[in-house]
Design a protein around this ligand. Structure first.
Ligand code: AMP
Length: 305
């Protein structure tokens, strides 16, 4: 954890009259839609400021980030923005699940201070034409399967960091490559904040919680546990002394093939910093995969160390 700022008592937020606010008992949460209002609100927040960027449709995974950020900071800002720049043209941007009213109620219950919910035009006004691109670590895995995805992610994350100016920002291990890419951007561009990674939240049967799970039908939902089963197999093989990464990848792929509703996109045993595929596993290793269940593309990972 960063030691550059101490944690003073939380000072009350002043009220900006045109803003909507959500009240629970003694706590008032601000809902802000413009960049200029977010910047002026930021100047009034007690530091350190924790920040959780999300695309909304909040679930237990988001709540783990939010609760960790709440516990470690004097102020908490959560953003909700479904970022069109990180979806392929044929991907699910317009049908991505959204429920802002439910999200706001959940955030108020978590004692969140500020919700930043800009419109697409606020973030990408007409003529917008600047991008943040990270190199090599974006070329593999998700980057190879979803061209342009990480350019969209790093551009929005850099823009949000500049607007919110957080002391710490919280990202999920669930999107392991995204966290690696964001850390690389922050290091390379000397951005003045700390990136905190939060462990993956899972359902009791092992399925990683995800907004996209909402698309799974009744038959697909049990089939979706195949991702976690394949990761457990990788861990088990590795614990038994298997060092041949190719063999682990092959056995994971074979397990996924047995599930008729599943199609493997990629299966990886890679170095968790560079994302280079291992021939021989040298811990720590990132076992990760992307699998299509029916029409729903899911990702998951575990770190072997
Ligand atoms: P999203 O709204 O899908 O963009 O996710 C926002 C943040 O929540 C990202 O940092 C994700 O990695 C994180 N997240 C999503 N699902 C989970 C999960 N099951 N466990 C932990 N973090 C998660």
């Amino acid at each position: 954890m960063s030691t550059k700022q101490t944690c003073p008592e939380r000072k009350p937020l002043s009220t900006i009259s045109q803003n909507k606010s959500h009240q629970t008992h003694s706590h008032q949460m601000k809902v802000i839609e413009t960049i200029s209002e977010m910047r002026s609100m930021r100047r009034q927040l007690a530091t350190p400021v924790g920040f959780v960027p999300t695309m909304g449709y909040l679930h237990e995974g988001h709540l783990a980030l939010i609760q960790r950020a709440r516990a470690e900071n004097a102020s908490l800002v959560v953003s909700i923005f479904v970022n069109p720049a990180q979806f392929d043209p044929q991907e699910d941007f317009s049908s991505y699940p959204r429920n802002p009213q439910r999200d706001l109620a959940m955030l108020a219950a978590e004692q969140n201070d500020v919700v930043f919910m800009p419109s697409v035009m606020e973030i990408y006004p007409s003529g917008f034409n600047s991008w943040v691109e990270v190199g090599q670590v974006t070329e593999r895995l998700e980057g190879a399967s979803r061209p342009g995805h990480f350019r969209g992610v790093t551009t929005i994350v850099a823009k949000l960091f500049d607007i919110v100016q957080p002391t710490r920002a919280y990202f999920g291990q669930k999107d392991a490559q995204q966290t690696i890419v964001v850390k690389k951007m922050v290091a390379d561009l000397a951005m003045d904040l700390e990136i905190v990674t939060v462990p993956t939240v899972r359902k009791p049967d092992g399925l990683a919680v995800s907004s996209r799970n909402a698309y799974l039908n009744l038959e697909e939902r049990p089939a979706a546990t195949v991702l976690y089963r394949a990761l457990c197999l990788a861990r088990q093989l590795w614990l038994q002394g298997e060092k041949d990464a190719g063999n682990i990848r092959r056995q994971m792929t074979a397990l996924i093939q047995k599930e008729s509703r599943a199609t493997t996109d990629y299966v990886s045993m890679a170095d968790p910093e560079t994302l280079e595929e291992f021939d021989t596993v040298k811990p720590p290793a990132l076992a990760s995969l992307a699998v299509q269940i029916g029409k729903v593309r899911l990702i998951d990972n575990v770190v072997l160390e």
